[in-house]
Design a protein around this ligand. Structure first.
Ligand SMILES: [Zn+2]
Length: 369
């Protein structure tokens, strides 16, 4: 099913627009021509998010995407059958960008990462930096120390780089010296390591020593708390959302597996019981960090008395059941009211919850709240 609200190139008569991948072009945005081999359509929020990644790279790193990039997207399940055809023999690759073709071939889950590669169009950039930039500016990944030192990765290829180290180091550079210098570094291309001091005023070894001394345990992803604010409802003693899961028109509705997902962010000011009310089929609730993460937190420490951290960016099924059982569940799991936020001592933090529903589901109101 295609949604008419999206910009769709309709194939008429004998003229059918196709990418080199053979997939029909389904969507067109300011910077992208997108062809998909997905069982379900992309949603309006996906196209906005894709453009958002490009806009962030342009704003922060000072690049500008001059011509439209062709993006061919396969489902994560279908990707394995075509990876060799477009991205080489390594079957662990989940997407690739061809600067020569001005094209991206990718599985759905790697689109944002590849969009950064396409927007930072420096083909010879040291892979340690290009992979770190793609993970950080793709916006999805929290960062942590990896298992290798940054210096051990400088001579490695794209597939050999320790991605955790790459993205944490790049995020630390961003947080310490700002994004404009990262853009300058990227423009050095294959000389990024040897001329590192021209940008930062210290050489790479000195920066690495500083990183090991000063970098925090982790950083949240750039999109960690990006959901639109969710308003507090006095009569509910909590937050209420009436979410229309309109894939074609909802600006914050994104495709998620066979369903849809909307993300919201809200602030829990004090320890206590609060409720959440929505007509969605499922709710995932987790904390989103707003600054550096100073020490590791374990998900299982939070199951009973606090909103858990977004360590894995989502809750386990066990927690989802717990949420429904402790709160109120109407009409099966369609409407979930959860009681949350009872901590051992008052504290302030932000959390977001993710809501998902089937893509053909009619919007409705949550009753009984
Ligand atoms: Zn990459």
């Amino acid at each position: 099913m295609r949604f008419q609200h999206l910009k769709i190139i309709v194939a008429g008569g004998l003229l059918i627009a196709c990418e080199k991948s053979g997939l029909p072009i389904s969507y067109e945005t300011e910077h992208l021509r997108i062809a998909t081999d997905l069982e379900h359509p992309l949603c309006a929020g996906d196209l906005i998010a894709f453009e958002g990644v490009i806009g962030r790279v342009e704003d922060e790193l000072g690049f500008s995407m001059e011509s439209k990039v062709s993006v061919s997207i396969w489902s994560d399940e279908g990707w394995g059958a075509v990876v060799g055809e477009y991205c080489g023999r390594d079957r662990s690759v989940i997407g690739c960008t061809s600067y020569r073709e001005n094209a991206i071939y990718t599985s759905l889950s790697a689109v944002e990462h590849e969009l950064v590669h396409a927007a930072v169009a420096i083909p010879k950039l040291t892979p340690f930096f290009s992979e770190g930039l793609a993970d950080v500016y793709g916006g999805r990944r929290q960062t942590r120390f990896g298992i290798t030192a940054p210096a051990d990765n400088l001579g490695l290829s794209t597939t050999g780089v320790d991605r955790r180290t790459a993205r944490h180091f790049v995020m630390w550079l961003r947080e310490t010296w700002g994004s404009a210098k990262l853009g300058e570094l990227a423009r050095l291309g294959k000389h990024a390591v040897e001329r590192f001091d021209a940008v930062y005023g210290l050489n790479f070894a000195e920066a690495e020593a500083m990183y090991f001394t000063e970098a925090p345990y982790g950083y949240p992803s750039l999109d960690a708390c990006s959901g639109a604010p969710l308003d507090f409802a006095d009569d509910l003693g909590g937050w209420r959302a009436m979410l229309a899961f309109d894939c074609g028109a909802g600006e914050d509705v994104r495709a998620e597996g066979i369903g849809m997902m909307v993300r919201r962010t809200f602030v829990i000011p004090n320890a206590g019981y609060y409720s959440l009310s929505t007509d969605a089929d499922a709710v995932l609730l987790s904390r989103c960090a707003t600054g550096a993460i100073e020490e590791p937190v374990r998900l299982d420490e939070f199951l009973d008395d606090d909103v858990p951290p977004s360590y894995a960016n989502e809750l386990s099924e066990v927690f989802a059941l717990y949420l429904g059982a402790r709160g109120e569940t109407h009409r099966g799991s369609e409407c979930v009211t959860g009681a949350r936020g009872q901590g051992p001592k008052p504290q302030s933090y932000r959390a977001y919850y993710k809501v998902s529903g089937h893509r053909d589901r009619a919007p409705g109101a949550c009753s009984g709240s």
